[in-house]
Write a protein that binds this ligand. Sequence first.
Ligand SMILES: NC(=O)C1=CN([C@@H]2O[C@H](COP(=O)(O)OP(=O)(O)OC[C@H]3O[C@@H](n4cnc5c(N)ncnc54)[C@H](OP(=O)(O)O)[C@@H]3O)[C@@H](O)[C@H]2O)[C@@H](O)CC1
Ligand SMILES: Nc1ncnc2c1ncn2[C@@H]1O[C@H](COP(=O)(O)OP(=O)(O)O)[C@@H](O)[C@H]1O
Ligand SMILES: [K+]
Length: 496
Amino acid sequence: MRYAHTVGTVREAEGALMARLPDGALMRRAAAGLATVCARVLPGVYGSRVVLLVGSGDNGGDALYAGAALARRGAGVRALLAGSRVHEGGLAALRAAGGRAQEVSGADAAAADAAGAEIAAADLIIDGLVGIGGTGGLREPHAALADRAGAAGATVVAVDLPSGIDADTGAVDGPAVRADITVTFGTHKPGLFAAPGAERAGVVEFVDIGLAPELPEPRAQSPQADDIAALLPRPGAESDKYRRGVLAVASGSDRYRGAAVLCVGGALRGGVGMVRYVGQEVAAAEVLNRWPEAVVSVLDPTDPAGSLPRRVAAWVVGPGRGLHPAAVVELETVLGADLPVLLDADAITLLAKRPHLVSERAAPTLLTPHAGELARLLPGTERADIEARRLDHAARAADAYGCTVLLKGSTTVIAEPGRPAVVNPTGTPLLATAGTGDVLAGFIGALLAAGLPPRDAATCGAYVHGLAARLAHGGAAISASDLVDAVPAALRAVLG
Ligand SMILES: NC(=O)C1=CN([C@@H]2O[C@H](COP(=O)(O)OP(=O)(O)OC[C@H]3O[C@@H](n4cnc5c(N)ncnc54)[C@H](OP(=O)(O)O)[C@@H]3O)[C@@H](O)[C@H]2O)[C@@H](O)CC1
Ligand SMILES: Nc1ncnc2c1ncn2[C@@H]1O[C@H](COP(=O)(O)OP(=O)(O)O)[C@@H](O)[C@H]1O
Ligand SMILES: [K+]
């Protein structure tokens, strides 16, 4: 598991640790780790051209000390000093090691051109403009340096986090460094997990500086394959189809038959004991045709509540279901039962006008909105705000509805009141195609039916779903049906 802490908690932990250590010890540890990664990235340190982008704070200090270490090994190191001040100890160390420094001021065109020429000729650029002390969008000359670094051909290594991304949220307000590698210290920062910041971070390398014992509960966590393997249910000798879990699926309609077929497919691939599908006549026939193993019943339009399956362990309701009065009755009936329920798509739209159906519910509920649907659940919130600060908004919805929320999109985030957010690391834009959300709902539903709590079921579901998309055609475009077929390969990859 990778853990991420907010700037406030990092500062407190750093303070407690520094009180027990000699001056400068933490920065020496950070800079040593940074220099090791940089040396690994370069084809050879001796004779290479390294440019340091250096801001006012300790982030710049880390870059300067790492630059000094590379200069001692024969690299030609040039520091571009962009801040109103500079870390004096770091600068002295760089100079003592044979590195050179020049000031870059936003107003001085000649200095900016000289800096641009250095950046363009570099083999490696180390971004120490701002770290966790950054506030708001990058100012000049930092913004121009970030742009120039992006346009250069060199490998870019960000110190702690790419300058210009918000450490706590991942929001990007204006120009920001786009790193190939980010070397982060002590703990991950939430902005490295969530888009759009995560897209700027490249590969994130963690350097342990001894902070862990001082850190409280994380703000966010990002599971790795072994975490998922430990959570996924596996059938044992005593298993039978009822003990593995019976999932009821109320998805699709005669208009949206695909949502019925894909959701049931996702559930069956999730290792459910039995799927009981209920829906309109044509959709039900379509499900049976594609998935003869599903137990199918046809909804009675005059008695939607009475025709729902009983003796099930969990429910999935909503994908392609419609917004008509019978769908409302169905939603109220399902949520009235004391069972885990996953609500997706149309069920979320219906819920937005009837929030009490979930907020007053005692049994586990999981909502799986995309950003547009989450905006409906949080009146007065724009979709763009949600996409810019996914962690915050998923947590707000979880608190408002008193349930688990999986926010879909560029980074999938799972929030639950009082728990660290889970950020899925396997997502891929290959998933941005119609119907993949229906597969996800069914797959997670299977895990709910198997008895996993909603947060764990959602964590495993998002992880396997993203991995399946990546594996389906080795990175080539996929359809939602391909995704269903690729789930077993993704499960094999996780379970080993
Ligand atoms: N925590 C730990 O355990 C350890 C932390 N370590 C390191 O320390 C780093 C944090 O250092 P920090 O606190 O000095 O802040 P940092 O990010 O370097 O710069 C802040 C300065 O930047 C400026 N500035 C701000 N916003 C700006 C903007 N938008 N656009 C332009 N400029 C902006 C502003 O200065 P000003 O320009 O106003 O003079 C402000 O004062 C951390 O990320 C890690 O690398 C490790 O060494 C050891 C262990
Ligand atoms: N840019 C993206 N990067 C990663 N995953 C994405 C992206 N866009 C969409 N997804 C994923 O694709 C799926 C789409 O689900 P959804 O929006 O419900 O679509 P549908 O209703 O057509 O199935 C979700 O799992 C979502 O996280
Ligand atoms: K940085």
